[in-house]
Write a protein that binds this ligand. Structure first.
Ligand SMILES: O=P(O)(O)OC[C@H]1O[C@H](O)[C@H](O)[C@@H](O)[C@@H]1O
Length: 575
């Protein structure tokens, strides 16, 4: 048992403890619940690296936790030195509270270990960090960001030399190293001045920006056929997207880009929204006001580190939200249809999605002779396939995406890419606009052609230790008692990714599935509908993904509602 009270006392007793963190801890003396939450565990590597609330404690993001992770990463890099092609570590950060301070600390720790750090001069989007790792031929990358979490969070994403986030093989080695390093162990780091003078820290900026913009612009598939006067409302949610997104759109000739003023400048307190997640369409309120004021066509938001993208469309005078699956299939269809027209689809072309992403994408890909691959949630898993294909040349990667509003186009970077996605989405919208259509019309055309694949994701937020335990109980109990019928849909298959098993409900036989193990279960019905349950790896949530398929919209809508109602009722009964 991790003795949280002892840990708390050890921290307070630590002579060199940062004075702000000490003050914070002293105010907690009588709050055992809070002490427990801060000290009952070490912050772990989840779906996307370290992520936690800012503050003092082993279960928090602070300079000690970040510093120890960086030292551990440095040691892992040193261990792998002989087989790594790249050298040095690229470091980026977003607009969040403490992001620049943590990034600087990382650079100095690495420099102190003799590992060169390429530190961005100011905030940059996540895709640019991934790009920089490849462009600068680094061994690894660090990105200080908590992506779309609320302002009290920060995080630490680690990249390997391919430019993709690390998977458990490297994460486990970092964790192992972490276990040998004392949080308050003293190491001598150089000052920034000395580190820069010695060349162990190099401040980067313009050159990488220009190369990144060039590559981003190269994803464009059409020019003259696109109405570039389309009115685009854009918000970076006070994050890193503002400059790159606007620069790329401007250079590509989009003349009517209206940015939400209140959300334009970097600000980690996110003064206008509680939850800077474009997945939550409540965050579009100011963009919607602006769209109505200027007569916008499309509203696009990127999250603070500009890896996620969401959109709303002005359709017949109303603002209609698109979800992550819809944006994913619209992008993919626009890309594949344009590439087909121009004879650009390579042999052995492949696209990648996660296991909890709609199968509509599979149907579309197949209709263009493109193979769809499924991987576990997380862009590190999506990008692991093109990384592998770089070596084996087995498949030609075109596009990767997830329902959680992440998209990646092409091969010059290996993470979700808000910048190229905004460009491609604007291009698709402009292309359809020239034909008198909105993206909602284009979506409807896809439903008519491929069937109504509708979906909904419901997240139950369960915070703290209690919440974590309840999520565990929910996953356990649900596995033991799930419905065999919902409405007139009968269950045919249960895939439990925890033990890689696929149960044929009718015969009771179990076969193995080839996807890596994780805590997630998928329930598939005889009519193509299905749902999946999994705990989030980035937030204190359990997630229910519901998918329906029907020839008529009403039936598909009814199915989603039926499944959602039934499963939520069952989950609610689990104490
Ligand atoms: O469902 P979660 O584990 O919270 O993950 C949701 C998403 O979080 C981050 O944005 C990752 O980069 C994504 O790849 C992932 O899909």
């Amino acid at each position: 048992m991790y003795d949280y009270m002892k840990k708390y006392k050890d921290w307070i007793a630590e002579e060199g403890l940062d004075s702000d963190l000490r003050k914070e801890l002293e105010t907690l003396r009588d709050d055992e619940g809070e002490i427990k939450d801060r000290f009952y565990q070490d912050l772990g590597f989840g779906t996307a690296g370290l992520r936690g609330k800012l503050g003092a404690g082993t279960n928090r993001m602070n300079r000690y936790v970040v510093g120890r992770a960086t030292r551990a990463l440095g040691r892992v890099i040193q261990k792998h030195r002989s087989e790594l092609e790249g050298e040095g570590v690229a470091i980026a950060y977003d607009c969040r509270i403490m992001s620049p301070e943590f990034a600087e600390e990382c650079a100095l720790i690495l420099a102190g270990m003799g590992i060169k750090a390429f530190l961005f001069e100011s905030l940059r989007p996540t895709p640019e960090l991934s790009f920089a790792v490849r462009y600068l031929k680094c061994a690894a990358g660090i990105n200080i960001t908590a992506s779309h979490n609320p302002k009290i969070y920060n995080g630490y994403k680690v990249y390997w030399e391919s430019g993709a986030q690390i998977k458990s093989d490297i994460a486990d080695q970092i964790l192992e190293e972490i276990s040998h390093i004392g949080l308050f162990e003293q190491f001598s780091n150089p000052t920034m001045e000395d580190a820069v003078a010695s060349g162990l820290v190099e401040i980067i900026g313009d050159e990488i920006d220009e190369a990144f913009y060039e590559k981003t612009m190269s994803v464009s598939l059409r020019d003259e056929e696109v109405d570039k006067d389309i009115k685009i409302i854009y918000t970076p949610f006070n994050g890193a997207g503002n400059i790159p997104v606007r620069t790329v759109l401007k250079r590509m000739g989009y003349a009517n880009v209206f940015v939400v003023r209140e959300q334009e400048e970097p600000d980690g307190t996110f003064p206008t929204i509680d939850y800077p997640n474009p997945e939550d369409h409540a965050a579009f309120a100011l963009a919607e006001e602006l769209a109505l004021r200027v007569g916008g066509d499309i509203l696009i938001a990127t999250d603070p580190d500009c890896d996620r993208v969401a959109a709303e469309i002005v359709h017949k005078g109303e603002i209609v939200a698109l979800n992550g699956n819809q944006v994913g299939v619209l992008l993919m269809h626009y890309m594949l249809s344009s590439m087909k027209e121009k004879n650009l689809i390579p042999e052995k072309a492949a696209v990648v999605k996660s296991i909890v992403t709609s199968e509509m994408g599979t149907a579309i890909a197949e209709s263009y002779g493109v193979r769809m691959f499924n991987v576990l949630t997380g862009f590190k898993n999506i990008c692991a396939l093109p990384n592998e294909w770089d070596k084996t040349k087995e498949w030609n990667y075109i596009f990767g995406y997830e329902e959680s509003i992440g998209y990646n186009i092409g091969s010059y970077l290996r993470d979700k890419d808000g910048v190229a996605s905004v460009l491609m989405l604007s291009e698709a919208a402009g292309y359809y606009k020239k034909q008198g259509k909105t993206l909602i019309d284009a979506m409807e055309d896809l439903y008519v052609r491929y069937g109504y694949y509708l979906d909904n994701t419901v997240s139950l937020v369960l915070e703290g230790i209690e919440g974590q335990a309840r999520i565990k109980r929910m996953m356990e109990s649900y596995r033991k008692g799930y419905p065999l019928h919902i409405g007139d849909s009968s269950l045919v298959e249960v895939t439990d990714y925890r033990n890689s098993s696929v149960l044929d409900v009718k015969t009771g036989e179990t076969t193995a599935c080839t996807i890596e193990k994780t805590d997630a279960v998928r329930f598939s019905f005889d009519d193509g509908c299905w749902y999946a349950l999994r705990p989030s790896g980035t937030e204190p949530k359990i997630k229910l993904y519901v998918y329906s398929k029907a020839a008529a919209r009403e039936n598909a809508e009814k199915k989603v509602k039926e499944i959602e109602r039934e499963v939520l009722e069952l989950l609610d009964r689990i104490e």
